[in-house]
Structure formats: C-alpha cells, structure tokens
Design a binder for this molecule. Structure first.
Ligand code: AMP
Length: 224
C-alpha cells in the first residue's frame, strides 16, 4: 500500500532526520523542498538565484514558485505509490495547493506527522547542527557528534567535510522560528480538521525514540 505523508514541525524539530528513515523503511521517495532549493543554489541554476535571498534571510520562498516545483515533482512516476513531503507545505496557501494537486491525481494524504519541539531546544539544536557535504547525513555537535571532528563517519564519503548551513546561524534561526509560528503553525489546525494529524513530542527525545513512536502510527495505517 502506498503512503502519502507530510512532515510538520519547526526547523530543527527533526523532520528531515525522521523523513529519511521513514523513506528508507517504507521505500518511499523523500521530497524535501529545502534540499531541492539547496541543490539548485549549489548548482547555480536560475531557481537557485531566485531563492537565495529568501533562504539567506530565513524567510519563505514565495508560495507560487514553491508550489510549482512540488507539483512537478509529485507528477513523476516514482510518486505514484506514495511519498514523504518534508518542509512542504509551510503555509496555508501551500497546504491548499497540495490538496488540489492530490485531487488532480485522485489521491489524498494519509497522515500529517507533526514533531513538536520547544523553541529553546530548537535554537540549541540548530546552532550545533552540521551536515555531510557529500551524503547529507545530519550530525549534532552536542548530541550526535561524528567520530572524527569535522568529517562524515560514512566510509563511502571518504572523510567528506561537514558543513554548517548558512541559515543555521543564531540570528537567522530566530527569524525562521518567527516565520514558523506566524505562517507555518496554522497548518497544524488545517490537518487536525482534516482528521489526519498525528503529533509526536520531540522535546528532549532522541531520534530513535521519536522514530519508534512514528513507526507505531505508520504501522497502524499500513495495517488498515
Ligand atoms: P529547510 O531545509 O526545510 O529548513 O528549508 C530551508 C529554507 O528553504 C527555508 O528557510 C526557506 O527559505 C526555504 N523553503 C524550504 N521549503 C519551503 C517551503 N515549503 N516554502 C517556502 N520556502 C521554503
């Protein structure tokens, strides 16, 4: 059975980490709008140039641009049997645009997983977050440091350097949190009304224990 999942939560709540694990376990494509934008930035594409100013300032990329990219991605063959959306939707217009794309495909979402983490912990996590420049694996210098400082543990990455995202600096983190509370948080109620919201606490919990809770929810859905 295909699963269509959206991951909700503040920046740094663990959406990406959990989405990658779910994608692996359930064999679903992991679609992260932040990853798509960062890849375009790295490759110097037109899209990269269009989104850079927003990302650097910790603001949202305009809805029409973001929604067009997601609609294109969801039309690809690998999305027919489900997918996991990470970092989209991030505003009510985006949530509504997604409903339209789903309806056009004759499908609907199965679940919106909301990882709830308190702001103070978010700031702590993001200032210490690093990611592998090659495979994207996420580390935290305080809770989940690499074995060797500054480089990825994965043998296949051959000691690729870890990077600190430009938008993971404290001032930008605070702006991203402000935007989250103002623009993104209202979509939690949107999915609650739709009856598909599952909120999981992430405060003070390890990725493994959060994943165990999410897996219980998904296992129940698959069994239905
Ligand atoms: P993320 O990696 O999900 O934290 O996204 C990094 C940045 O990309 C965000 O701070 C935004 O500037 C931009 N971005 C990612 N997803 C979206 C979205 N759904 N809508 C608007 N901007 C987005």
């Amino acid at each position: 059975m295909g699963l269509r999942i959206v991951m909700l939560g503040a920046p740094g709540a663990g959406k990406g980490t959990q989405a990658k694990r779910i994608a692996q376990v359930y064999g679903l494509p992991h679609i992260s709008t932040g990853d798509i934008f960062r890849e375009n930035l790295r490759n110097g594409t037109d899209l990269g140039r269009q989104v850079q100013q927003y990302m650097d300032a910790g603001r949202l990329v305009p809805d029409d641009l973001t929604c067009a990219i997601v609609a294109d991605r969801l039309a690809k063959d690998d999305c027919r049997a489900g997918y996991i959306l990470d970092g989209f939707p991030r505003s009510l217009p985006q949530a509504e645009a997604l409903e339209k794309v789903l309806a056009d495909h004759g499908t609907k979402l199965d679940v919106a997983v909301n990882i709830d983490v308190q702001d103070a912990e978010i700031v702590d996590r993001l200032t210490a977050r690093r990611s592998c420049s090659k495979c994207g694996r996420i580390y935290n210098l305080k809770f989940d440091a690499p074995k060797e400082a500054g480089v990825c543990d994965e043998p296949a990455c051959e000691k690729a350097p870890l990077i600190h995202r430009r938008d993971d600096q404290e001032e930008t983190i605070r702006e991203r949190l402000r935007v989250y509370h103002e623009t993104t948080e209202p979509i939690i109620a949107f999915y609650e009304r739709a009856g598909i919201l599952e909120t999981v606490s992430g405060t003070g919990r390890t990725p493994d224990t959060v994943f165990a809770t999410i897996e219980e929810t998904l296992a129940a859905l698959v069994a239905d």
